[in-house]
Design a protein around this ligand. Sequence first.
Ligand code: GLU
Length: 293
Amino acid sequence: MPTTTRPVLRFAPSPNGPLHLGHALSALTGWAMAQRLGGRFLVRIEDIDLERSSEAHIEGIFRDLAWLGVPWEEPVLRQSQHLGRYAAAAARLADLGLLYPCFASRREIAEASAAQGTPHDPDGAPLYPGLRRTMPAEEAAARRRAGEPYVMRLDMGRALVLAAERLGGAPLDFTELGDGDTSRRIPCDPVRWGDVVIQRKDVPTSYHLSVVVDDACQGITHVTRGRDLYPATDIHRLLQVLLGLPAPIYAHHRLIVDEAGRKLAKSARDTSLAELRAAGATVADIRRMIGLA
Ligand code: GLU
């Protein structure tokens, strides 16, 4: 008898601010899909930003989810407790010759980027202009020994060559689920991100690396998350191919925007779930506010 694997979904907030209406939509959408598919629902705390994450925000996340009526399985994975796992994945990429240290300051990057007409990545950050990608190994080693801070970047050109080899002619793309469970293959264009940071200065990982490693470790089959992360999926697919990890199905949901049409920020206290609750809002009110009623 063939074994069918149970779908696994997750809600993966970063605890650097209170959850707001956008998170409520994410959590409720993920949980609803998990129920519909008869799947499991996990919570992952994406706390690699050690300075901005706080225990108080983590506790707030659990309180808000419980209030919303979204149950989750224990144990909850906290990324800050798995830095070694991400470092090991980065080491695999380095062994493939795909990473290089970058010592450039923000200012150097901005200046070099301006000289090239300041192209931007899909998040609006100046596109890294490939400064000193080929720094001699001895110079890099000496600067590391001297304690100079650096990040590790992905050599996008080489990464694409290796990914194409691994794919053996198949396109780099991902499956996006739409309404009514229609699915589409979306072609990826990771070049628009340039040589992305794989390991930051302060932690041996980055959002892109940890999300890909953890989705695989937790056996996530369906990634439900906001539309703002749609372009990042290009990098996630590329890293999955390079690291030999399975490709989940993606379902990016609409964003909740403020009156000015901007995506809600964690700093927008007036839309935090805790504030709304304290002001007397019920879960039914929240559902109405995010268009789920
Ligand atoms: N931690 C990310 C956030 O709070 C979500 C990451 C993901 O779902 O892939 O925006």
